[in-house]
Design a protein around this ligand. Structure first.
Ligand code: SF4
Ligand code: SF4
Length: 76
């Protein structure tokens, strides 16, 4: 929905344990996992910014409007 979603939802690879809960709970199914197993937004324009992913992550690995510097996972 928002073209800015990718810049809002961040996944911190330093905290993420690759459990898959964020993608499981995403109602839009816009979270996928890269070859290392870390989540990323595969379809950021479809993200509705409901923040279920943020609230369900047990390791506080998601950031909203936060800059995690270099510890950001991507689709690469
Ligand atoms: S819920 Fe959190 S720890 Fe689990 S895969 Fe998603 S970002 Fe990583
Ligand atoms: S904010 Fe909501 S729609 Fe966007 S990735 Fe997270 S769970 Fe999915």
């Amino acid at each position: 929905m928002s073209p800015n979603a990718e810049s809002i939802i961040k996944f911190n690879t330093g905290r993420c344990k690759k459990c898959g809960l964020c993608g499981y709970y995403c109602p839009q199914r816009v979270i996928d996992y890269n070859k290392e197993g870390y989540p990323y937004l595969k379809d950021p324009e479809k993200c509705k910014q409901c923040y279920l992913c943020f609230h369900r992550c047990p390791d506080f690995a998601l950031g909203v409007n936060n800059n995690y510097g270099e510890a950001i996972s991507t689709g690469q």
